[in-house]
Write a protein that binds this ligand. Structure first.
Ligand code: DQA
Length: 351
């Protein structure tokens, strides 16, 4: 059983009462309870700790060093404490930096993290579910490590590579999240690992999330161009807004197969999404063409991205509408529909 410490720093004992508009209404006890349930479902043994004291946090990071992982929300010390950063650098255990709020879109001093350079990953702005995703990240990391490369000049142009490097084919994975800055490539780790275990090479990419358009589109297109330098046959799989980016990039750097999982294809249907408005204002296509080398999968129970994004492609491409499937089920390889996605990829890549 994996053993993980969840360490919360100063002022997190006040959760629920403290600036609920930023940190939410869940108390620390409720948060720990939720994390305990997620951990149990993932087969993780958890030890919780909270302190407002810098030296106690240093000591606790040190004593957690022999565990299989640490989730560390160092609160305000994230931005100031060389001592906690040094403790993170000193321990064997992989440390995931977690923040409830989106620190990058708040005051500029919160954009500085002394911990980040030595943390294995950072999750910020996803509220309590960030702790769940951090646990899942650690489980996936221990199941199959990846090699992280940079495919472009921007700091977010990172890609995790898994699976055989010499097979001549690669599947590029593009996560979604409607360009909100909390989302990142860990969203697709579970399908990346599943595909790699089946013998496919995967390249799970991050990309720029902030405007202006077409930064994120260009990032995905350059990831496809990068993939082209390593493989002859390429598929791109995009989930949600990652589907929009995959379809857009596929027109510029055509690949052998483009698969959309609950893909956003029509920004006019996403009228409450600020990035959608910005993209259209900057000349990005409102409605994407869906050509015949695109295959779309969409869950009929999707409450995040309406199935109309996929049904509009029915005349020109292959569209699979899936009963009993929700938005995030599509990126869960344990759901029955996943075999259908895998066989689409195998056929399309002639694997
Ligand atoms: C925090 C963000 C920090 O900037 C802040 O000082 C905190 C909480 C978060 O979880 O969002 O105390 O780490």
């Amino acid at each position: 059983m994996m053993r993980v410490a969840v360490i919360n720093g100063p002022n997190l004992n006040l959760l629920g009462k403290r600036q609920p508009e930023i940190y939410g209404t869940m108390t620390l006890a409720e948060l720990e309870d939720a994390v305990g349930h997620w951990a149990e479902a993932m087969g993780i043994e958890i030890a919780f700790y909270q302190s407002n004291d810098e030296s106690e946090l240093v000591g606790h990071v040190q004593t957690s060093g022999g565990l299989d992982g640490v989730l560390l929300n160092a609160g305000g010390f994230t931005h100031t404490s060389v001592a906690i950063a040094d403790a993170v650098a000193s321990v064997e255990a992989p440390v995931v930096e977690v923040h409830l709020s989106d620190v990058d879109s708040r005051e500029s001093f919160r954009r500085v993290s002394l911990i980040a350079p030595n943390a294995v990953y950072r999750i910020s702005g996803r509220g309590p579910t960030g702790y769940r995703d951090a646990l899942r990240y650690l489980v996936n990391r221990s199941r199959m490590p990846s090699t992280t490369i940079r495919y472009g000049p921007h700091p977010r142009n990172l890609a995790d590579l898994r699976g055989p490097r010499d097979s001549g084919l690669v599947i590029v994975l593009v996560h979604g999240g409607y360009w909100y800055s909390g989302w990142d490539r860990d969203q697709l780790d579970s399908i990346a690992i599943d595909l790699a275990e089946r013998g496919f090479a995967t390249m799970n990419i991050g990309y720029r999330l902030s405007p202006p358009w077409p930064g994120s589109g260009h990032d995905v297109a350059s990831a496809l161009a990068h993939a082209r330098t390593t493989a002859e046959r390429i598929a791109v799989v995009g989930h949600s807004a990652g589907g929009y980016l995959s379809l857009w990039a596929h027109r510029r750097h055509p690949v052998d197969l483009c698969v959309g999982l609950a893909a956003v294809t029509d920004l006019s249907l996403a009228d409450d999404v600020p990035a959608a408005e910005q993209i259209v204002a900057a000349g990005g296509p409102e409605k994407l063409e869906i050509p015949s080398d695109v295959v779309l999968f969409h869950g009929l129970d999707d409450t995040e991205v309406s199935s109309s994004h996929s049904t509009r492609g029915q005349d020109t491409s292959t569209v699979h509408m899936l009963e009993g499937v929700g938005h995030f089920d599509l990126v869960n390889p344990n759901r029955p529909h996943w075999e259908q996605v895998v066989s689409t990829l195998s056929v399309g890549l002639d694997a």
